[in-house]
Every structure is written in structure tokens, then in C-alpha cells.
Design a protein around this ligand. Structure first.
Ligand SMILES: NC(=O)CC[C@H](N)C(=O)O
Length: 354
């Protein structure tokens, strides 16, 4: 077993064992609390630039299942307490170590992920390095910044995904790092989906005369995406629009609201979200480090809030025929509590209210 280290930007060092890719890596260290769904986590492009640490202590026991991939593996590193060398599952096609090796993603195991999670909860997210030798100079770790990541993960060319069954609607999906299940949820509901690169302009989006526009999830600081925000300004009010996660944040910025970085984000599959339009609380899957400041909004109304910390989790813009959520209604590991939001998007495209 080969020793390795996780070195935090403040100089704390954790010794563990290497697995996965052989290179060293620097990234923003974040933790996710999902007890399952590590395949979807590893292949969610929203994690670009980040070293992901799983709080659940045993990871990899159902192996790697390519059918469940959400997109490309964009994490910079992976940290677990223990990984399973002998996965068992009828759909399994390989183990975690082989997957990380093939992706060139360095991993570290055998570290006290509970202690590390405590540190991050108290201090907030920080940068870290997975390395073979503890570096004498931590400047590259301290100065690392997640930037330019939407451009790095978006598709290069448009692609069309036909509706399952008869085509009822045509949706343009702006891909800021889209998870595949967004496309599937739309296809299932009779939508033909045209996936467009994040560089697509509003004119290009509207040129095909879509019934609705969907804005995807994606990595990095939302405020960095000034071009995309300008395009959303031009789209709002012209066509029904639904935004998820980064798409939600960009829409809020487009109407003149603001976003800010959360101390350690929401990442996991059991985040409670209260619907302010009723009495329900939904359990949701989440992966975000930034949030919309609900009080900053010149348009729209906060519809969902996180039951743990009261942060904004969704906004309705009835005058603009748009709505957006910070959580993931398409979550493939689940929970699927909020998949009805895709039905509501369809209702909006039909010309009705949600
Ligand atoms: N999953 C996402 O779309 C994440 C949005 C954004 N990058 C954030 O961290 O807040």
C-alpha cells in the first residue's frame, strides 16, 4: 500500500493511502453526505475543480456502473475512509480504483474523514492537495481558485435527443455542465431536447423556436458567467424557462439579484427543502457551494427554502413564465420527491400555470 497525504491549505496534514490516478492534485476540498450515489457524484460535472470527500465511511460497494454516469468525471481528487475492493452488484462493471485510474483522478483513502468534515464545517471549504510528499511551500494550494470551469465542461457541439414516444414539446437545454438525467426527465415527458453549448447566444437558442428553455446545473462561481447571464436576460419572458442549480443562480443574477458563497455548501441526498406555497417539506439531492440571496431579488418570489439553514432554494417568476430551483429534481440516486417540477415545466409550456 502506497502512502499519501491530504494537505490542507492551512498546513494540516492527514496521512492515508493512495488509490486511483498516480498524479498529485490541488483543488477545493468539499464534503458530500450521500450514503449512496457515489457514481453520480463522481460523474456530476458540477464538481469540476473540487476534491470530493465522502462522509459515508464505505464507498464503492456496488462498483462502477457506466449506465449511471451523469456526465464526464471532472473531480480533481477523491477522498474516502475506506473503498470496497470487491464490489458486488449485477450491474457492476468495475471497481472504484480502476475507474479513478482510467480517469486519471487521484484518490486517497484511510484518512479520518469525520475529523476532516468537522474541520471544514468549522472553517468553511478550503483548498487541499492530494500528494505523495508533503510540499514545503503551500502557496500553490492556498492560491488555487476554481475558475473557467463552465467553459471547460460544456459540450462543444449541439446535439438533439428525441422525445420518448410522440414529440409534444421542443426544449433547448443550455449545457453549463448538465447532468444527463435532466435530458432523460424531459424526454420521458415527450420533449425533444436540443442541448446547446454554454457559449450559445440567446438568438441561437430562440432560432429553433423552442417551447421552453432549460438551464442546467454547472460548476464554479455563478457570478463569473457574465456572458451567460446576459443571454438569460434576453431569454426571460420570451419563452417558458426552468433552471436548476447553476441555472437557478444565473437566472437570479440575470434579474439583478446577487449570489454569495456558502460556508461549506450543501452536498448530499437528504437536504430538506420547505415549499413556502404550502405545508410540505421535500427531501432533495443537492450539490452547491453558492446560494442566491433571497433578499436581493428585484423580481420573482422565493418559493423554496432550506429547512436547515433558511437559505433560498427556489424562486418563482410568474410574470416571466419562469421558475428555478437550487436543488436537483432530476437526481438519479434520488430522492425523487421533486421530479413533479418537470411536470410543472411541461404545464408551463402547454400555456397554463404551474
Ligand atoms: N450543481 C450546481 O449546479 C452547482 C452550482 C454552483 N457551481 C455552486 O456551487 O453553487
Amino acid at each position: 500500500m502506497k502512502k499519501g497525504y491530504l494537505v490542507l491549505q492551512d498546513g494540516q496534514v492527514f496521512e492515508g493511502f493512495r488509490f486511483g490516478g498516480p498524479a498529485d492534485a490541488v483543488g477545493e476540498l468539499v464534503f458530500t453526505t450521500g450514503m449512496c450515489g457515489y457514481i453520480e457524484t463522481l460523474t456530476d460535472p458540477s464538481y469540476a475543480g473540487q476534491i470530493v470527500m465522502q462522509t459515508y465511511p464505505l464507498i464503492g460497494n456496488y462498483g462502477i456502473i457506466p449506465e449511471d454516469f451523469e456526465g464526464a468525471c471532472c473531480v480533481r481528487g477523491y477522498v474516502v475512509r475506506e473503498w470496497c475492493e470487491e464490489p458486488s452488484n449485477f450491474r457492476c462493471q468495475g471497481d472504484l480504483d480502476a475507474f479513478l485510474k482510467a480517469q486519471g483522478v487521484p484518490g486517497l483513502w484511510g484518512v479520518d474523514t469525520r475529523e476532516l468534515t468537522r474541520i471544514i464545517r468549522e472553517h468553511g471549504v478550503m483548498n487541499a492537495a492530494i500528494c505523495e510528499e508533503v510540499p514545503a511551500d503551500l502557496t500553490p494550494v492556498r492560491t488555487y481558485a476554481v475558475t473557467g470551469v463552465v467553459e471547460a465542461v460544456t459540450c462543444k457541439e449541439p446535439s438533439v435527443h428525441p422525445a420518448v414516444g410522440e414529440e409534444r414539446f421542443r426544449v433547448s437545454l443550455l449545457d453549463y455542465g448538465a447532468k444527463r438525467n435532466i435530458v432523460r426527465e424531459l424526454q420521458k415527458r415527450g420533449c425533444t431536447v436540443t442541448v446547446l453549448p454554454a457559449s450559445a447566444g440567446a438568438e441561437e437558442v430562440l432560432a429553433s423556436n423552442p417551447d421552453g428553455v432549460m438551464l442546467s446545473n454547472g460548476p464554479g462561481d455563478p457570478a463569473e458567467n457574465t456572458y451567460q447571464i446576459e443571454q438569460i436576460k434576453k431569454l426571460l419572458g420570451k419563452v417558458p424557462l426552468f433552471g436548476i442549480c447553476l441555472g437557478h443562480q444565473l437566472t437570479a443574477l440575470a434579474v439583478g439579484g446577487s449570489t454569495y458563497k456558502l460556508k461549506y455548501g450543501h452536498r448530499g441526498v437528504n437536504q430538506p427543502v420547505r415549499d413556502l406555497n404550502g405545508v410540505r417539506t421535500y427531501i432533495t439531492s443537492q450539490n452547491h457551494g453558492y446560494a442566491v440571496d433571497g433578499d436581493s431579488l428585484p423580481a420573482g418570489k422565493v418559493r423554496f427554502i432550506n429547512a436547515n439553514d433558511g437559505t433560498c432554494e427556489g424562486i418563482d417568476y410568474p410574470d416571466l413564465r419562469a421558475f428555478t430551483v437550487q436543488f436537483h429534481p432530476e437526481a438519479c440516486t434520488g430522492p425523487k420527491d421533486t421530479s413533479f417540477l418537470f411536470d410543472q415545466f411541461v404545464d408551463l409550456m402547454k400555456g397554463g400555470d404551474r
